[in-house]
Design a protein around this ligand. Structure first.
Ligand code: SF4
Ligand code: SF4
Length: 371
């Protein structure tokens, strides 16, 4: 509850204020829900009230013009209510069936000049919903790849499966532009991960002027950084740091603390693809994603090698998995060796992720890998 009924700028307003009336009335008293068609759901309350939801694809970065149009649609059809999902989809809700078709027709009629949908309906059930993702080049300081660009290129390639529900189960795609990973790449069916491959470059001239050296040293999780005196080209001796490159795992934590320890590198930076993770415990336990493509270069602006590999994984999964089987369940059932074959991905022993003891001591201990 808001303190003393004040409206403050400390945190968001209480969400209870924003429910559509039918949701406020039936809160906690729902009977069931079903997906009527891709992108359209009905929730039925114990009271018999119904809520029809139309889900449309959105983007994490939206122009004010686009947001105004979303609000205009919500005013016109939904008494001013709408919601955003964590995957940047927009959901328009109406409280009776007769309001559904006009809403769907209105959404489908709105197009960009080139003819593509502004508000594509879909993203439900056994298909592909929007990609949960991070900030990328436009906003964060440690990315090894872009978020908006890779996500747009991937969703363009996967768009038919956003509008359809032909897959064996739902397939979650996520994207994080560095391994600090404010995305969900550790537990997604398919994950795109930005990856640095070179240690940081040190700007000794400015380091001590813009950074606190103890902070930079303590930021490194592998203790690769230590204080060090350095001599500049003009012979001046300055306080700075040195990096033991063999210890560096290219995480970028040091750059978070000190902008004179830059990590971004055109040649070194790129993408890792992971697969088979999930959060759900349906059928099998939750799983971590495994690395299935060790490195792809940044191929701006459309990342064709990345989208081709992702499309191959989706098609092989659509063809080979049993109904309700998630991608990781399917890969485990047929064996990861066969997964690589079915998806036409190159396999190397570096991709075996079955460690039971320390690192490389144990990679041959498993009977699950037959390579
Ligand atoms: Fe920044 Fe890394 Fe998060 Fe990307 S994943 S936004 S680079 S912290
Ligand atoms: Fe340490 Fe990470 Fe910086 Fe490498 S990138 S020096 S591991 S903090």
């Amino acid at each position: 509850k808001p303190m003393e009924n004040r409206i403050t700028d400390i945190g968001p307003r209480d969400y209870n204020e924003f429910y559509p009336p039918v949701i406020a009335k039936n809160k906690g008293k729902w009977s069931h829900h079903e997906i009527l068609e891709p992108g359209v759901l009905v929730h039925v309350a114990d009271s018999g009230d119904e809520v029809y939801t139309v889900r449309v694809g959105g983007a994490r970065l939206m122009s004010t013009t686009h947001i105004n149009e979303i609000c205009e649609i919500a005013d016109k059809h939904c008494d001013g209510h709408l919601r955003f999902t964590t995957r940047n989809n927009v959901e328009f809700m109406v409280d009776s069936k007769d309001k559904l078709e006009p809403l769907k027709n209105d959404l489908a009629s709105r197009k960009f000049d080139g003819g593509s949908f502004k508000f594509p309906i879909g993203g439900t059930g056994a298909g592909i919903t929007n990609i949960v993702h991070t900030q990328g080049w436009i906003h964060c300081h440690t990315p090894a790849t872009d978020a908006s660009g890779t996500v747009k290129a991937s969703m363009d390639a996967l768009f038919a499966d956003f509008q359809d529900m032909r897959l064996p189960a739902h397939l979650r795609v996520s994207m994080a532009c560095c391994l600090n990973m404010c995305g969900a790449v550790h537990c997604s069916d398919i994950a795109i991960l930005g990856y640095h491959r070179k240690p940081p470059m040190l700007d000794h001239e400015y380091l001590d002027k813009v950074c606190e050296i103890p902070l930079a040293v303590s930021a490194c999780p592998t203790a690769a950084i230590k204080p060090s005196k350095q001599t500049l080209a003009d012979g001046t001796e300055v306080k700075s740091v040195s990096v033991k490159n063999e210890r560096c795992m290219y995480c970028g934590n040091c750059y978070t603390m000190c902008p004179s320890i830059a990590l971004a590198d055109t040649e070194g930076d790129g993408i890792v693809l992971m697969a088979g993770g999930k959060v759900s415990n349906r059928i099998s336990d939750p799983k971590f994603s495994k690395v299935v493509v060790g490195f792809l270069p940044n191929e701006m602006p459309r990342w064709p090698s990345m989208t081709a590999a992702i499309t191959r994984m989706v098609e092989a999964y659509a063809k080979g998995a049993n109904k309700y089987e998630r991608l990781g369940d399917w890969a485990e059932r047929i064996g990861w060796e066969k997964f690589f074959e079915a998806c036409e991905l190159e396999f190397t022993h570096h991709l075996i992720d079955d460690f039971r003891q320390q690192a490389y001591m144990s990679w041959r201990q498993s009977t699950q890998f037959k390579f």
